[in-house]
Design a protein around this ligand. Structure first.
Ligand code: FES
Length: 124
């Protein structure tokens, strides 16, 4: 878990987001939600938000949302390291294998998984 400072940072669309404390289900979750709120189209009815984690970092997303999309909306793009370097979701269609993550000991494609409450996701 990375320590966070109290310095305001910019979200993906340049908005000011203040991060305080350490990443977790408190300040980290609020930051992730602020980022997600800027990426999701407002006004669309979604399933209730649930909490899951990636490498110990808390993320909140609508139940059943595509896991790769939920991670991106939560500000998590770096999913791990592969033979060619850093990996991130690229195709979102199950073809590139760049979104591999580990869930409950299984290596799976994040773009082919759905968000569940309490899901513990780790880099593959
Ligand atoms: S993003 Fe390409 S396989 Fe998942």
């Amino acid at each position: 878990m990375l320590p966070l400072d109290a310095t305001p940072v910019s979200g993906p669309q340049g908005q000011r987001v203040k991060r305080t404390g350490r990443a977790g289900f408190g300040a980290g979750a609020r930051y992730a939600q602020a980022v997600a709120d800027t990426l999701r189209i407002p006004g669309i009815q979604r399933a209730p938000l649930v909490g899951f984690s990636f490498a110990g970092q808390a993320v909140r997303a609508p139940l059943g949302e595509n896991l790769a999309a939920a991670l991106m909306a939560g500000g998590i793009r770096h999913l791990g390291e592969g033979p060619g370097g850093a990996r991130a979701a690229v195709c979102l269609a199950g073809a590139c294998q760049q979104c591999l993550v580990r869930i409950e000991g299984r290596i799976v494609q994040a773009c082919r998984e759905r968000v569940r409450d309490g899901l513990a996701v780790a880099p593959a």
